[in-house]
Design a protein. Sequence first.
Length: 599
Amino acid sequence: MSTAYVPPQSHHTNAPAPPPPEPPSVPPHASEATRLLCGGTYQNAEYRDRVIEELHLNEQRIVAPSSGFDAARVLAHALRARRQEWWWSAAVIGLWAVGVPLSGGLLLGLMGASLFIALAPWLRGGAEQPPWYRLLAAFVARWYGRVSFAGVLVIMAVTAFGAFPEDDSGSGSGSGSGSFDDPLYSGGSSGTSGSSGSDGPESLGVLFPAGGDGGPAEIWQAWFGIGVLVLIALCAAARRDRFARAFAAELSPQRFPDITGDPAEQAEGQRLARLTHRIRREQHAPLIMYDEARPFCGAGTPYDTWVLAVELRPDDGVEQRPLSNRTILESVRPLLEQLRVPAPHAAAFARDRLRRLEIDECVFLPVEGLTDRDQAPYTPQAFEQHRQRAVEEGGEKRRHFLRIRVGGWEEELVVTVFVRVHTQGRMLMLEVAPHVLNPVRAEFKEVDRTSHRLLHDSVLGKAAGALALVPGSAGRSLVALGRGAFYGWRLLTGGHSGALPDGPALSVRELAAADSASTFQEMDVARYLRTVQDRIGRGVRQALADAGYETGEFVQKIVNISNGAVHIDRVEGSTFAIGENASAAGTTVTGKGSPDDGK
């Protein structure tokens, strides 16, 4: 039996290429926003403390919705960064504690100067533009500490090299000891005060504590103090190197998506395991438990929220159909889903973020009334019951929203639009609440660049950087250990684990957001919002027309911005038109609201 030969078919080059397969979406725990937030916990102590306080200390608080990132992984790295800070701070304080008595008290003056340097950031405050008196106080404390540290360090070096004059009376240590005679310490007779060579040491004696035998510090004590400072500098250098290597390893863009190999995720502890389970159950759930004062916590900054109300007037000559909230939302949704389809001529290489447009429904529930955090109804069956009831009831506390989300710039720029419709008393209420989550702070984005610089710096550069950290090391370490002790006290005595549930007080993502976006990002925000708002307006108008209601009043409250991209706003006393080549007049408009209405 022979097989028929089928010649190869010719390829039609004019046929449109099929759309490319959409690349797999990045899970929240592996997103770039999550990586930058995790890195920020190592770089910014204030941000790290806020993360731990919100997600770890206040166990009764439900986590805010985590748009495009994993708050549980950020918490794990915040705790790991704090543990590392405690270990390094304890090592530095240990060196200072050992060095002060063995150096004859020489390091005590340096420790006092270090405290002034560490006090400067607290005096300045966390505001971007602090008041002038805070700036002045921080400036004085910082430079007083630096000058004092440098002065005492110079005197220590002079003592170490035996540059002070010997005892002219022959009492005390000999020429090889390198110590200096000062009546303030030695209790010598006043007859020696007239010696011409004793003025310098006497004036310096007030800066140095007495040595171990009641006399001034000796050469070996000065050298011991210098050695301790060298060890502190080595600790600072090792800590910086560990920081840099962490960003080149587990926090690198290549390895970070592998959550199983993340050492922060492998930390043990019942509290962390319990909180991690709760956070990952709550942060991406369609059921949002909210605090009355902050209902949209986690969504970002409100962006031109508006409410539109129109009267439902039957259109003469058109059959009336039932109009429900669900009917209107189902008319809007297909138009929004069409935004995912790329243009035919660009289908082969389309990378528009709208291809990943996310559309879902969410229900907001107040947290009041719960007695335990685990009582929140996050099961699919419970959410479905709430969704079916909330979509039509138009309640005040339980609210149903159609949620449209665009995660741009590797989930750093997140645009979310919440849409709610309600028909009551022959009135249509349309609520649209856009929110924009700005990109992560610039300082958090510099971690890769900083890590690369530290790893590839010269030996001299690394040494200079480590030495620059020595003056403030004692103060910073004491502050870090003090914060840790205070946190432990709050954890033991606060009673947060048995407190009544509370809504989220802040979002760790909003806390790390920059104050503004770049020009390109602002352009993207405008494009996303106008496109989504256009489809919302068209969908609602179509639902009104299909149900047999006039659309003229609705059309009047729409502003035609450009080429069909519309933005609905609160406009009173004005008349507008929608559609290409449309014009508006101050007359009453009836009909279905076709593009020619209002001519």
